[in-house]
Design a protein around this ligand. Structure first.
Ligand code: NDP
Length: 300
């Protein structure tokens, strides 16, 4: 079997066009121009690229994409006060604190390192377009979300637009981060389709670094979602015949981007698979734009 390639880039393009149309309509009907402000602390090259890409994507969708650049030595108190200022600014609808914040060894918080959780918790839940705040995580858990976290929401859109339903299927999510693995699993376990009917009512297993016999667990998946951060660790022999494989990983190896899945091997077993790059990554930005428009609507 050779898998169908799930073209996240194309789908993200469609979503971005839809968002741009909705933004134009919202502004034409008297709404404010949606504004996303990214807070970038320090000089991490990858973060700089991510923030630049997000800002460009905003502009293309008719969203005001601002970046606030702060030196690594900014203190925790100063950063909290910047976030508070953005919370209080009615012209700013979405706030994104680019992670990771500089570590202690990179001079973060005057050499002491940041308390990332405290910074994220300080973002006004109505402006929390990443959906990281405890309020938004709690609402998601209870099936009454305001914003869905961007990467898992991108995966939902991908499944939806490729006519793949997770309902009644066994989905194995490898990785339990607060950003990808945990919210993804939660969205798949919803009873009522509040996160999209394609992802309701799945039977979900969350695997992680302490999972014993990971290969057997993965082989039992109808849909396998890898969000691990280890290049090509999901090999072909871990994929069941006909499974759908979603690769969230973005790893730089010898100046090349590779996923968490060994693409060529897995493609021989899977019925459908996302490539890296061009799979889940572009969808994450598309859903960030979607959330920023939603935030502007919620605040208007
Ligand atoms: P984290 O490092 O926060 O989490 C990784 C998870 O993988 C942890 O739960 C960890 O387990 C688990 N893990 C690590 N090694 C193994 C192993 N050998 N076997 C099984 N599980 C393992 O990563 P993120 O969730 O933030 O990101 C994961 C990947 O996705 C990265 O490559 C990242 O770059 C990419 N990413 C891509 C995005 C996109 O837009 N496409 C967006 C966000 C992330 P434990 O909890 O036990 O430590």
């Amino acid at each position: 079997m050779t898998a169908i390639r799930l073209d996240g880039k194309r789908i993200a393009g469609e979503i971005r066009e839809d968002v741009a149309k909705d933004v134009a309509q919202f502004v034409a009907s008297g709404g404010p121009k949606p504004c996303l402000t990214a807070v970038l602390v320090g000089e991490d090259p990858a973060s700089q690229v991510y923030v630049r890409n997000k800002s460009r994507a905003c502009e293309k969708a008719g969203i005001d994409g601002r970046t606030m650049r702060l030196p690594a030595e900014t203190t925790q108190a100063e950063l909290l006060s910047v976030v508070q200022g953005l919370n209080d600014d009615p012209a700013v609808h979405g706030i994104l604190v680019q992670l990771p914040l500089p570590s202690a060894s990179n001079g973060g918080n005057g050499g002491e390192g940041f308390d990332e959780r405290q910074i994220l918790d300080a973002v006004d839940p109505l402006k929390d377009v990443d959906a990281f705040s405890p309020v938004n995580v709690g609402l998601l858990m209870q099936g009454r979300h305001r914003f869905l976290p961007c990467t898992p929401h991108g995966i939902v859109q991908l499944l939806h637009r490729c006519d793949i339903s997770a309902s009644g299927k066994h989905v194995v999510v490898v990785g339990r981060s607060d950003i990808v693995g945990k919210p993804m699993a939660m969205m798949l376990a919803q009873r009522d389709g509040s996160c999209g009917k394609e992802v309701a009512n799945a039977t979900v297993t969350i695997a992680h670094s302490r999972t014993t016999n990971l290969k057997q667990v993965c082989l039992s998946a109808d849909i396998l979602i890898a969000a691990v951060g280890v290049p090509e660790m999901i090999t072909g022999d871990m994929v069941a015949d006909g499974a759908v494989v979603i690769d969230v990983g973005i790893n730089r190896v010898n100046d090349k981007l590779v996923g968490d899945v060994a693409f060529d091997e897995a493609s021989q077993k899977a019925s459908a698979i996302t490539p890296v790059p061009g799979g889940v990554g572009p969808l994450t930005i598309a859903m960030l734009l979607h959330n920023t428009l939603m935030a502007a609507k919620l605040q208007s």
